[in-house]
Design a protein around this ligand. Structure first.
Ligand code: ADP
Ligand code: MG
Length: 386
């Protein structure tokens, strides 16, 4: 994210709101390397921030109005809201995310008022790359600085998650927001979703002759929202039946006995969560030992678990994973909530073009448009850029 991006967003702000913003902030989208559907089980994850980000230019207003404009907002690009009227259910469309952040800050008793806000984004929306968390976190860091809140990063992530859960009505965990605010360039983020402790794990792809491709299938199945909520509810029910605070409290050693105490439909869910938490630990150990290529088999194993046990994959992401691995990728998996969205593929740098071409060919053979290809470069988390 460059000075150019900040300049362009300042210009957009001037056109829409007039005058200059008090600052420009950026918050990135993310891919999750491993640890999927673990965050709402208080478990572990290993996301990294993308270079793609939501950029926000903002200026406080003294009259209690929140004037929002998104360059990606289409026909409903502008929303004008009264801060004191913000309430879950009171806001429509994309404005629920930024308005929800302002509401969540006020719910914490913080004295924040209105603002002129101009947003522009390079994170594709609905691709499983967390454009929604990037949007929330960009607004959260802007408000934190504009209103002198001095909030710690995990608190900002919690407020952004609260906005998404309670205001936008999406029952997500905290990983996306933690990734957007806490990631560091050149690193993956080892996240404990219970304590919100984080550890920066060096992730030097280029130095090891590797690249991480993001294959955006550009499909999002309608069942996604309901299915996500049902999976989450299933995990919570399993933890209750096992007498545990969360599935995080079950490890591989306790798994076989625990599975005998659960109704059949919950067995694969629990198996995924427990094995996935273990995969995060193994991935962190490999990265810490300077073996990023060893991530490959863990990605593919994680995908199989999401597909066969958790049921969060779909035909398109399965096809992209299979085609990438068949073409020589070291490993691949769906990333994000699933039921569409994006696949990540770890490849040797010299083979990236061949892998992308093989995936496009497999999609063509299945009568589908080729996935959009991005490159995931471990990038910094939310910050002021202008
Ligand atoms: P993801 O987070 O994987 O991209 P979501 O469905 O969680 O997918 O979030 C996508 C939604 O976030 C969009 O439908 C829109 O409401 C909102 N959104 C994301 N980026 C923008 C943007 N630049 N401007 C306005 N709204 C956005
Ligand atoms: Mg989202």
């Amino acid at each position: 994210m460059t000075a150019d991006a900040a300049g362009a967003v300042r210009e957009g702000f001037r056109r829409v709101h007039g005058g200059s913003p008090e600052g420009v902030w950026a918050a990135p989208g993310r891919v999750n390397l491993i640890g999927e559907h673990t965050d709402y089980n208080d478990g572990f994850a290993l996301p990294m921030a993308l270079p793609q980000a939501v950029v926000v230019a903002a200026r406080r207003r003294g009259d209690g109005l929140l004037r929002l404009h998104s360059a990606q907002g289409g026909a409903a690009a502008t929303a004008v809201l009264r801060v004191e009227d913000l309430a879950p259910g009171a806001t429509e469309g994309w404005a629920r995310y930024p308005a929800g952040v302002v509401w969540a800050l006020r719910e914490r008793g913080l004295a924040v008022g209105g603002a002129d806000v101009y947003l522009d984004s390079t994170v594709p929306a609905g691709a499983g790359l967390s454009s929604s968390a990037a949007l929330e976190c960009a607004v959260a860091v802007a408000y934190d600085e504009l209103y002198g809140l001095g909030m710690a990063r995990p608190e900002l992530a919690r407020a952004a998650q609260h906005a998404e859960n309670a205001y936008a009505g999406v029952p997500c965990g905290v990983m996306d927001q933690m990734a957007s605010v806490c990631c560091a360039g050149g690193h993956a983020l080892h996240l404990d979703s219970r304590s919100l402790e984080v550890r920066q794990v060096p992730f030097d792809l280029a130095g090891h002759g590797l690249r991480l491709l993001v294959l955006d299938t550009r499909v999002k199945h309608d069942l996604a929202d309901g299915a996500y909520a049902a999976l989450r509810a299933g995990c919570e029910r399993a933890a209750r039946l096992l007498g545990l605070p969360a599935l995080r409290d079950l490890d591989g050693a306790g798994l076989p006995a625990a599975l005998t105490r659960l109704p059949g439909e919950l067995v694969p869910l629990v198996r995924h969560v427990v094995t996935e938490n273990a995969r995060v630990g193994r991935a962190v150990a490999e990265l810490a030992a300077g073996r990023p290529e060893a991530l490959g088999p863990l990605l593919t194993e994680g995908h199989a678990s999401l597909r066969d046990d958790y049921g969060a994959s779909c035909a398109e992401t399965d096809l992209a994973v299979a085609a990438a691995v068949a073409a020589g990728a070291l490993g691949a998996r769906m990333t994000g909530g699933g039921f569409g969205g994006s696949v990540i593929a770890l490849v040797r740098a010299g083979e990236a073009a061949d892998v992308a071409a093989a995936v496009a060919e497999a999609f063509a053979a299945a009568g589908r448009a080729a996935p959009a290809v991005l490159e995931a470069v471990p990038s910094p988390g939310a910050r002021r850029i202008g």
